[in-house]
Design a protein around this ligand. Sequence first.
Ligand SMILES: Cc1ncc(COP(=O)(O)O)c(C=O)c1O
Length: 396
Amino acid sequence: MSDNLARHFLLREDVTFLNHGSFGACPRPVFAAYQAFQLELENEPVEFLGRRLTDLMRTPREVLAAELGTSADNLVGLTNATTGLNIVAQSLDLKPGDQILTTDHEYSALEKTWAYVCRKTGAEIVVVKVPMPLTSEAAFTDAIIAGMTERTRVLFLSHITSPTALVFPIERAIAEARQRGIWSVIDGAHTPGHIPLDLDALGADFYSGNCHKWLMSPKGSAFLHARPEVQHLLNPLVVSHGWTEQSKEPGARGAFGNSPFIDEIEMQGTRDPSAWLAVPAAIAFRAENDWWAIADHCRALAQDTALRLGELTGLAPLSSPQFCAPQMVAMPIPECDPAEIHKTLFDRYKIEIPVFRWQETCIARISVQGYNSRPQMDRLIAALTELLALAPSARG
Ligand SMILES: Cc1ncc(COP(=O)(O)O)c(C=O)c1O
């Protein structure tokens, strides 16, 4: 929470960067590790991609698995959570009339993914309206369970939501889905490095998360986790050298000696794996700098800023603090043209923050990372006060 921590990052000094949630910033030592891999690759491409890649890919899997409470055999490295969730959505055997149960807080690209799958399979999307404001685990879980029918085949939930920055209490819904034979598919794009994760204890069938947001690894690093019992259900989006004719037979191995799950998904033709390879450097950076303690300070600053803005707008928060993402707050703001406010915040004040309409509510979503500071929050509040005519004198 200081200039001291800001020095670890490559962000432009003239911009107040309050949007780590969309595209996280990568610390200098992690970025250096990433570039070192790229250089090594370029020095001897055939050695790197031809002979060493299988071994190189394993280390991030092992380090990340230890961080996220699972086994390296249950993880594959990918470029982003969209890809991980597409692999799942496009693999599951869905038929006309099958239902995909989800909420009204999901990320638009994944809503499109399921709509695409429905068009191909004849399955239907059923959207549960989450009771708002979110103040109770029971209200959330009851609403999800009430949406389950004998036709529900998939439960698709964000763990931390994008438009509303809520931590959904998904544990009981996942357990209920398992009992009913419904596949649980979790969008964890915002969770690694943001909230402590124990993937095995959570027990979701499929969970995809980004390392390039809150874990602070380079862009293009993410994972897909699948329980061992369901890994055979998946097919790669891109069929390449890792695939074998026998991959669906019991006990089959992939073409590179790993499970078919790993070999089929990780091998996608020639690509630069450096972002994935730098994931251990990001985890080491966080440990060396006690990042969970820094995250606690970020949470306090995020909540304080939300409170100050709430006092100015008179608008209630979307949830009780317990369900608010620790380092990200979606703050309702008065009726406005969100695109115009977003543009002016950047053009006039050099503040990078998403401002958008979600359902009937205009929202400014603030992300707080270790490089942010209280004076930056003061700047945001001053700018919004001016742009939205929030000051009591302006309102009167
Ligand atoms: C909830 C959620 N899911 C999925 C994504 C997609 O992440 P990516 O573009 O890294 O695949 C995002 C991106 O912000 C997100 O917020």
